[in-house]
Structure formats: structure tokens, C-alpha cells
Design a protein around this ligand. Sequence first.
Ligand code: 5GP
Length: 177
Amino acid sequence: EERLRRVRDRVRPFRDFPVPGVLFRDISPLLKDPAAFRTLIDLLEDHLRASFPQIDFIAGLDSRGFLIGPPLAQRLGVGFVPIRKKGKLPGPTESVSYSLEYGKAELEIQSDAVEPGQKVIIVDDLLATGGTMCAACELMKRLKAEVLECLVIIELKLLKGSEKLKSVPFYSLLQYD
Ligand code: 5GP
């Protein structure tokens, strides 16, 4: 599709970032081009409207999920909830630790961010190993929210991250090997 091509053209590969051997997919050109960014949000909005009759919240992952989540939530007329790296959110929180390639990290959500049974879409820019998205799903489970879907712009297929999400529905706009 023409609209997908316009988005794909604004994702830039960088070799050996952040460490040697990694091909990093940079979405900065997408953010810099207002027409392409609008097209991105159009495509994600169309997908969600066609798939889910009711959504209560968009939850975004620290930090590039914060760039896509709020404009998407505004289009849908729903609220946005941040899922942050540890130590950034005030008040009572739930936290989940997960393993990275080297070491560990922790994600947090405010305990009152969503009510039990509310329907949530979790968004991020990219799915690699799926570890980050999996931790976010665990946080939603702790709050007894219903994750309707995990949604990303880019999926790195070879890492098979979507398999880690098991029964949670997953959608990616662009796929790379
Ligand atoms: P995972 O936990 O799935 O291995 O890694 C996904 C997380 O790392 C996402 O939050 C994403 O923003 C970041 N990430 C990993 N690799 C890339 C990449 O090549 N490009 C971008 N934009 N983000 C990446």
C-alpha cells in the first residue's frame, strides 16, 4: 500500500548502534516529516477502529511509545497511560523486572492507572526480543486490565519476539528480517 510505503521510507537503518553488530531502526525521520507522521497515525487509527469496538486506554512504553501513544489516543478520543522505567512515577506503583541482552531492567505503572477489566492497547515503536512488551503485559495483568493488543510500528521478525507474547494479540505495521 502507498501509505505504508511512505512510512517505511522514513525509517532509517544505522549499523552498529548502540553496540557493534546491531542494525538500529531509527524513526527520527518519521517524526521530522509531518505528512509521514500523520500517515503513520492514520494507519494505526484505521487498524484499531476496524479491530476493536471499544478501547478504554492507550498505554505507551518509555520512551518512544510516548511519541506515538498520545497522538493515537487523541484520535480515538481515549486517554493515555505511561509505562515508565523504574523510579520515574510518583505514588503507589506496580513494577516488573525483565532481562535485557546485558543485565536487567524494570518497568513501572501507577497502581491507579487503569481499573480492573478496562480494555487497553499497549504501544511502542519497535518489537525486538519482546522482553519489554512482555513486561508491560505483566503490569497490565497485575492491574487486572484486559490487553486487547500489543501494537508496534516495527517488528524485527528474526528475533521472534511475538512468540514471547503468547496469547496476547500482536500487530505490527512494518516487518523487517
Ligand atoms: P525488546 O525488549 O523487544 O528486545 O526491545 C524493544 C525495545 O527496545 C523497545 O522499547 C524499542 O524502543 C527498543 N529498541 C530495540 N531495538 C531498537 C531499534 O532497532 N530501533 C528502535 N527505534 N528501538 C529499538
